[in-house]
Design a protein around this ligand. Structure first.
Ligand SMILES: [Ca+2]
Length: 604
């Protein structure tokens, strides 16, 4: 089917890409080999020196050995412009929060928290042994989604999150590493489409962002080109334009449009993000509603955490992944996140036909896996603790009762750390198949929690929402929460996503079709049916999600007409969203090819 479809487009040159060889060729987005030069000394040196002195002094005064605190970032942030809009506009908007479970007398503050490469089962409230009490508290006060989907990769998910559109439509069909000068693959956001910050500002919101942006093309990391966070609607920004590559020395870090080139010895990026977010809250004028986007790098590779935090977790991983995976699955069934009558699958397909049992690993492999998994868990627990500080900052400011939190991951857990890494991701993505960057459930499934700070405002407290949701839905949901309509001065008002507030109020949402594509891995979900393929050179698999949510049974040969129907719909979507032509080159070859072809990488 697919071979015919693509040959009609003249795609007769095929470069076979299997999962195995693409693993070797590709490099995760956090790899420092793809980052620009660190420590660019410029006219901002004076600022950097001031910052360093302030950071060291504050750390010393608070007797902190490992982590910078909340206050450390205040001085970073104070150097930025304060352009808060005092006007509070509350335009009419159909389908507002007031109609549904979450109600408020005024536009609520919105805290949108995104983490990076965290699997479906990695939160306590999604079945994990990883201790996430602060996120679990949000889940207890709010609603957990069991069928929330992302795009399977960082840049595309972030593009969809902040624009409410499929990634290719806004120019982020692949990664920020190169501007391919193709409409769907510019490596940054198309300025024709407003961001969530630009939209909410028109409703009187003050807008802040801390963390990983990943929506500016790499060629512009050293020179603001109109696509940096404060150039796309955020009043204030502190964070790294890319993932950062290193939790102790991420790069390139910006404070608004100023490059931050020196960091204290005790710097840890996850804490810097949470502390910056808390600092923005402290400085916020509560006369305006606040939109705060907290974009974590954790628990993306590299595995880096303080030793004491790793040691706190290490004993629980000595049981091995078979026991832990079973325990996670049983908790998911008990909670209602997966059907209670399902059996836990073993995804042998992802291990060349035979996934090893824990007992089959060597003692050295078991020890290494245990250490790696404890480090991964520690990275999530540190993130969770910082989210607790964000909640405390809101409470101290008297803003908590009128704040809505949304928490999610940009894609499923990654198997980029080799064989043992794949066995980690297999646990993280329990019970789903496959990993980050592929369009199977393990790559595109994430927790989604939506909760009011004041649990009394959330009539659906503690419930599981089983209706399908997608990362394109977050923007229209936030618009509905804030009573903010699509700005008249922008084109493209036809948002593809939906407001999720009716779904959490147990109102049945309209049936719809969801689409996926990343590096030739493609999928379409319509009702209970999913058509999915690992890459464009492999056949489509037809899955009945009603009976087989873990994607173990391919029905394509039994139901070819259904498969063809869904494939035709996927092709129609792809043709309308700048997806074609698909690119088969490996990570490095693809970047080099387009760099040579398009010397202008300024993104202007
Ligand atoms: Ca990611």
């Amino acid at each position: 089917m697919s071979a015919i479809a693509f040959s009609l487009r003249g795609k007769d040159t095929v470069f076979p890409v299997t999962k195995q060889n693409s693993d070797k060729q590709e490099t995760p987005e956090g790899d420092t080999k793809h980052l620009p030069d660190y420590f660019i000394h410029s006219q901002q040196q004076e600022t950097a020196n001031f910052t360093k002195k302030t950071l060291f002094a504050t750390a010393h005064n608070h007797n902190i050995n490992l982590f910078p605190t909340f206050a450390l970032y205040t001085n970073h942030i104070k150097q930025g412009k304060n352009i808060m809009d005092k006007k509070l506009l509350v335009p009419l908007f159909l389908g507002t929060a007031a109609q549904y479970a979450l109600t408020a007398q005024e536009s609520p503050n919105i805290v949108l928290i995104l983490c990076d490469d965290m699997g479906f089962s990695d939160l306590g409230c999604y079945g994990s042994e990883i201790q996430t009490p602060n996120i679990d508290q949000l889940a207890e006060n709010g609603v957990r989604f069991s069928q929330f989907k992302n795009t399977g990769r960082s840049c595309p998910s972030r593009a969809s999150l902040v624009t409410g559109r499929y990634q290719h439509e806004v120019g982020m069909g692949w990664m920020a590493d190169v501007d391919e000068h193709r409409p769907g693959y510019r490596g940054q956001l198309n300025k024709e489409y407003p961001t969530i910050a630009e939209i909410l500002k028109t409703g009187g919101y003050s807008t802040y962002m801390a963390g990983k942006w990943h929506l500016t093309t790499k060629g512009a990391y050293n020179a603001p080109n109109g696509t940096y966070p404060v150039q796309r609607g955020f009043d204030r920004y502190y964070g790294c334009l890319t993932g950062g590559g290193n939790y102790y020395k991420p790069s390139p870090i910006y404070n608004n449009l100023e490059r931050v080139t020196e960091l204290p010895d005790d710097y840890y990026y996850t804490n810097a993000i949470n502390d910056s977010a808390a600092s923005f809250i402290k400085q916020h004028d509560p006369d305006n509603p606040m939109f705060l986007y907290v974009a974590h790098y954790a628990p993306h590779l590299p595995l880096q955490a303080p030793e004491h935090a790793i040691q706190k977790c290490i004993d629980r991983y000595k049981a091995g992944y078979d026991v832990l995976r079973r325990q996670r699955f049983e908790r998911q069934k008990a909670t209602g996140l997966v059907p209670a009558d399902m059996e836990l699958p073993v995804h042998d397909k992802e291990f060349n036909g035979k996934r090893p049992a824990w007992e089959e690993l060597t003692a050295e492999q078991q020890e290494q896996w245990t250490r790696n998994m404890a480090t991964y868990a520690a990275m999530i627990e540190i993130m969770d603790a910082g989210i607790g500080h964000i909640v405390e900052a809101l409470e101290a400011k008297g803003m908590l009762d009128n704040t809505v939190f949304l928490f999610m991951s940009d894609n499923g857990a990654s198997e980029e750390a080799g064989f043992l890494g794949r066995l980690m991701a297999d646990l993280s993505n329990t019970p789903y198949r496959s990993y980050k960057q592929w369009c199977f459930q393990g790559g595109t499934s994430s927790p989604l929690i939506l909760a009011y700070g004041n649990s009394k405002k959330n009539k659906a407290k503690g419930q599981i929402c089983r209706q399908p949701a997608h990362i394109i839905d977050i923007l229209p949901t936030c618009m509905a929460l804030g009573n903010v309509p699509y700005p008249e001065n922008y084109r493209h008002s036809d948002l593809p996503g939906m407001n999720l507030l009716p779904a959490i109020a147990n109102k049945q949402t309209e049936p719809r079709t969801l689409f996926f594509e990343h590096q030739g891995s493609c999928a379409i979900i319509e009702g209970n049916w999913k058509l999915v393929r690992e890459n464009r050179n492999l056949h489509w698999e037809l899955i009945d999600l009603a009976t087989d949510p873990f994607e173990t049974n391919d029905l394509a040969k039994e139901m070819p007409e259904k498969a063809e129907e869904l494939e035709a719909k996927w092709i129609n979507w792809a043709e309308q969203h700048h997806v074609f032509p698909l690119e088969d080159k490996s990570w490095g070859e693809r970047i080099n090819f387009y760099l040579e072809k398009n010397p202008d990488q300024s993104g202007k």
